[in-house]
Design a protein around this ligand. Structure first.
Ligand code: ADP
Length: 590
């Protein structure tokens, strides 16, 4: 599926603005970061000071100084290391806490932004890809931001501070020691860019393999039933192979990059010993000076080497965060917070000359000039061949999509002028396969009205014919359903979904009638509950049962994206048209 590219390649923000944005996310942690930075300056400061104590020690030894000076110098050294250890721990701890907070905030925002996308977006994105973005990309970010920011600062202080100390001790020798810096800078710039695009590809490939696994795992019954385990395994293996190939290339690139830098660093040490040694021989430098100088050079080399490693990690994080930000910035024009708030609704629904094609299949029009009027309180059965667009009409009423042309209105108000949340408050949907969340029965019923009282929940369950089986569970309304809870039968789930709709009390109701036959006992209970629910509401039933169609005030037959016929069941049978054929074919009766 190439749908992903629709939203992940259009905005490619620059590295700089991504970095700036990452930093802006950290702004609320400024206080914590200030303390952490202070600890960092103290502990890193120690690594710049202790070579001076070593110099003191070495010069004392070499010049046959007295033992008490030696003791003082060694003690000073130990004290410095203690200070360094304590503040080093504080630094690592506080930086990690701060960045964990940043990432937690980022995750929440990303999740809300995903949930806020229009339904068409979910048609073109795979669930696995989106959850991957939430889990894997943010984890890459987390690792980097968490550990690396504090390490990067530490190494920057090491490199810069070390250089200053070198300059102070011997400017001439310093030139030799830092001759490698341009090499590092150039290769980092060249490699970094390439590495970043490679890293982004690795993450993309990983996301693809995750979504394949997710499809197969969530559809495991189908996979098993068709004995497709091997085939799914191959599909997954192919995706994993791609990401492995890319990751292997990245590993090679990083390996070369780092060893080049390592070589540069160590040759510098050789150079400094050689040159510095000649200065010592000529008595222009003490042995202690050379020792300290070597330690500083080592510190700078280690710092720069580590920074280059961090740089590639940082590039990974930039790649990951670009995708996170792209998704976060993707605005759904359908899901605005603005628009008129509907207070009360009587339930007149009009669709006039509605044309519609799904955003993912714009070349296949589903509705082509649909005119449909539902009077307040009327029950209309929608029938038509499979694929004629019945569920599409239902989706348009919830404004999951906007029509390409034509107008849909409720009580004379165009849906596009209404606040979507307020609209959906007045439109209730009970679908064929109700989705229950892994929570208690009460919470599932309350889903559309979280502030409902216990009594209201009971009343809704009663109206939905659910009270008997709920009370039959030892834990009643607190019984957990779904994962790690009880598994409800189809009819029970339906009745919970009906109770949910009763509690929400919408003026307009869309019922997608279950196609699969329930056993006659629960069918009766479900039907009774539905009849009660429909009372006084404008109802559109996507009908699969003859009894529903017969009882409806009006039957509307959809064909070719338009209303083909409408009228009462009897009138339409008499008309001897499409409806009669449908009834004979679909319901096996006339
Ligand atoms: P019905 O409910 O009458 O069986 P639908 O409204 O589900 O028909 O579907 C009408 C047409 O729209 C079908 O051709 C179907 O393939 C297509 N369709 C349904 N849902 C989507 C979707 N989310 N994205 C793209 N096409 C869709």
């Amino acid at each position: 599926r190439d749908g992903r590219s629709d939203w992940s390649s259009d905005v490619c923000s620059s590295d700089l603005s991504t970095t700036r944005r990452l930093l802006s996310l950290a702004r609320p942690e400024a206080g914590l970061l200030a303390v952490a930075t202070t600890a960092l300056l103290i502990s890193s400061g120690m690594s710049l000071v202790y070579p001076q104590a070593i110099k003191w020690l070495v010069d004392t030894i070499v010049t046959d100084g007295d033992a008490s000076v030696l003791n003082y110098a060694a003690m000073a050294l130990v004290v410095m290391f203690i200070v360094q250890a304590v503040f080093g721990a504080i630094r690592a701890w506080l930086f990690t806490v701060a960045s964990e907070r940043v990432v937690a905030r980022l995750r929440n925002r990303l999740f809300m932004s995903i949930l806020g996308q229009e339904i068409g977006f979910f048609d073109m994105s795979r669930t696995g890809e989106l959850t991957n973005r939430l889990a894997s990309d943010t984890t890459v970010l987390q690792n980097t931001v968490t550990v690396n920011v504090s390490m990067a600062l530490r190494y920057i202080v090491g490199a810069v501070g070390g250089t200053i100390m070198l300059l102070w001790m011997s400017p001439r020798l310093t030139v030799v020691a830092i001759a490698v810096v341009p090499i590092i800078a150039v290769s980092a710039a060249v490699y970094g860019r390439w590495l970043r695009s490679l890293s982004r590809k690795v993450q993309d490939a990983l996301a693809l393999s995750t979504s394949i696994a997710e499809e197969a795992i969530s559809g495991v019954r189908t996979v098993r039933a068709f004995a497709r385990e091997e085939a799914e395994g191959e599909r997954y293996a192919a995706a994993v192979e791609t990401s492995y190939q890319l990751a292997a290339r990245r590993a090679l690139a990083m390996g070369i990059f780092q060893s080049v830098l390592g070589f540069a660093g160590f040759s510098t040490i050789a150079l400094v010993v050689w040159w510095g040694g000649s200065l010592v021989i000529e008595d222009r430098m003490s042995v202690g000076d050379l020792t300290a100088f070597l330690i500083y050079t080592g510190l700078i080399a280690v710092s720069l080497g580590a920074l280059s490693g961090l740089y590639s990690d940082f590039m990974r994080a930039i790649g990951a965060s670009q995708r996170v930000f792209e998704l976060m910035d993707r605005n759904s024009d359908l899901e605005t917070e603005s628009g008129e708030i509907l207070q009360s609704v009587s339930g007149d629904v009009v669709l006039s000359d509605v044309h519609f094609a799904y955003p993912t299949r714009t070349d296949a029009p589903v509705l082509q000039g649909l005119d449909l009027t539902l009077g307040a309180g009327e029950v209309v059965a929608l029938v038509g061949p499979s694929g004629s667009g019945k569920s599409t009409v239902a989706a348009l009423l919830s404004r999951f999509y906007d029509p390409n042309s034509g107008v849909i209105s409720i009580d004379g108000r165009d849906l596009t002028s209404l606040n979507p949340k307020s609209l959906r408050h007045h439109v209730g949907v009970v679908s064929q396969e109700p989705i229950l969340f892994a929570a208690s029965i009460a919470e599932n019923i309350r889903y559309g009205k979280p502030d409902a009282t216990q009594d209201e929940v009971r009343a809704a369950a009663l109206a939905a014919n659910a009270i008997d089986f709920v009370d039959g569970f030892p834990e009643g309304f607190d019984t957990l359903v779904g994962e790690r809870g009880v598994r409800l039968s189809g009819g029970q789930k339906q009745r919970i979904a009906i109770a949910r709709a009763v509690l929400k009390d919408p003026a307009i109701l869309v019922l997608d009638e279950a196609t699969s036959a329930l056993d006659s006992e629960s069918e009766h209970l479900v039907q009774e509950a539905l009849d009660r629910l429909m009372e006084g509401r404008t109802t559109l039933v996507i009908a699969h049962r003859l009894s529903t169609v017969r009882d409806a005030d009006r039957v509307v037959v959809l064909a070719d994206g338009k209303v083909a016929e409408q009228g009462t069941h009897d009138a339409l049978i008499d008309a001897d048209g499409l409806y009669k054929k449908l009834v004979e074919r679909q319901f096996g009766a006339a």
